[in-house]
Design a protein around this ligand. Sequence first.
Ligand code: NAD
Ligand code: UDP
Length: 331
Amino acid sequence: MTILLTGGTGYIASHTAVTLLEAGHQVVLFDNLCNSQRDVVARIEQITGKAPVFVEGDIRDTQLLRTTLDQHGCDSVIHFAGLKAVGESVAKPILYYANNVQGTISLLQAMEAAGTRTLVFSSSATVYGEPKYLPFDESHPTGATNPYGRTKLHIEEMLKDVCASDSSWRVSCLRYFNPVGAHPSGLIGEDPQGIPNNLMPFVAKVATGELEAIGIFGSDYPTADGTGVRDYIHVMDLAEGHLAGLRFLRDHTGWHAFNLGTGQGYSVLDLVAAFERACGKQLQRKMLPRRPGDIASSYANSAKAESELGWRGTRSLDDMCQSTWKWQSSK
Ligand code: NAD
Ligand code: UDP
């Protein structure tokens, strides 16, 4: 298969590109480089020995997407491109709706015109909002609590409507939990600009000495040690989840949602302890108030992905921290 990866040089897409190339597929990476670097393309080639095609462009350029789909004979698309910083989305909602929602409409128009109707979409566990119960399963009510999450929900709803209108569409919405970790080579990984918003890259920068101390947002949550609990998933497991998501669509039309998590929750302190094991040093930490908008716990029921996709996240928290440390310390 030839697969177009929008947001193709980004964190999750670059790892997925490696998995797809190693499984014998061709990939076309489409990205405007607003949050990634061009040298990722060469690194993917260094890991796999295969050169991905790279097209620099914005997903809102429908014509360029259409030409790219046609020129390379893409039979399916994995749609990663999007802005993802929750705080920024609260400050700049128009930017988020324009980039994420309008960008997806443009992609769907290009796909329709090119006759490519198989799509895997990067959704998020954030679509579940406040937990009514845990673990989250795919039938948990949705209701995002910030503009970023609402862009994901709007896109999921649009995709449902498109599938309802024409039975030749095949769509998997993959609801990621907390992707972390890096490729074992240390050649690709998460590379946020400035001070990271997310826990793992923040901890990694404390370990290299770039940041002084880990700020722990809240120690009075109703969890075992009082800090927030999340379902961290290794980015290589997630990459394999995309391959499984695509395989599933070979035999299934219509709209489908799958949780991609391990089903195991770890606290902030669990993750910090695992990172200290990985880097062999003690990391400074300071307790801070809760971060507004955070929930106490989030973890997946991943039974549907296991039974229908034949996929399960298997890599451990230690593996997630060791690969992050290898990537971060070699940069
Ligand atoms: P990332 O920022 O590393 O990758 C996104 C890529 O999309 C970047 O390379 C960026 O340059 C590109 N991009 C953004 N807008 C674009 C546009 N208009 N046209 C072309 N390219 C554009 O982020 P990531 O962590 O790899 O996330 C990939 C997807 O997964 C996103 O849609 C994100 O919302 C979703 N997701 C991420 C997480 C997470 O914690 N990392 C969790 C759930 C869902
Ligand atoms: N967190 C923290 N310090 C940080 C960043 C995050 O204590 O610098 C906590 C956050 O409150 C949550 C967990 O770490 O309990 C995971 O946060 P992250 O932003 O990585 O992912 P989220 O689940 O919020 O999308």
